[in-house]
Ligand binder design. Structure first.
Ligand code: S3P
Length: 175
């Protein structure tokens, strides 16, 4: 595939799992934004937030996205906050299709509850908090998305097939 796929959605929606599947079974290159930022900074996300603040982290996200303009055949697993900045959405549009993976707050909670790697959920690990934060973000996810795919309960392979079918269809309409 010449184009890139940007997976957006709330923490725990399954972006990383789907991205790995697209790499392993569909031959795409994978960029996991959080991992790349951690590697470049030499410290985990939680430490970046604690030492340098969220705004600093958000700028690193934007810089990373801008650097991807010349990539192709790459799936980018975005941090959950990426679509909050308009400039990030514009950068993604330049080089790929934006796929919103959505899942219910209860599903998200089950997936994230045992991890302590997400500073926004530390001390807020409950369905109510997830529901509220998700409600604030859904308009951003929806307006950024070229394609929306539901990812709760579905088998990861089926999610990938739905994404690829939709991406190819979207392309044939644009081309
Ligand atoms: C965040 C999501 C996280 C990570 C950071 C902030 C967010 O990524 O970028 O903790 O604001 O939703 P995942 O969506 O991969 O968990």
């Amino acid at each position: 595939m010449s184009q890139n796929i940007f997976l957006i959605g709330f923490m725990g929606a399954g972006k990383s799992t789907v991205a790995r599947e697209l790499r392993d079974h569909y031959g795409m290159r994978l960029i996991e934004m959080d991992e790349q930022i951690e590697a470049e900074e030499g410290r985990p996300i939680s430490q970046i937030f604690a030492e340098s603040g969220e705004a600093y982290f958000r700028t690193l996200e934007t810089q990373l996205l801008l650097s991807l303009e010349h990539e192709s055949n790459t799936v980018v697993s975005c941090g959950g906050g990426v679509p909050l900045r308009e400039e990030n959405v514009a950068a993604m549009r330049l080089s790929g299709t934006i796929v919103y993976l959505c899942a219910a707050p209860e599903t998200i909670y089950e997936r994230v509850k045992d991890f302590h790697t997400r500073p926004l959920l530390e001390g807020n690990m409950n369905v109510e908090y997830i529901k509220n934060l998700m409600a604030q973000r859904i308009p951003k996810y929806q307006s950024a998305a070229d394609i929306t795919v539901t990812a709760d309960g579905s088998d990861v392979r089926a999610v990938c097939e739905e994404i690829l079918r939709n991406v190819l269809h979207t392309h044939s309409r644009i081309d």
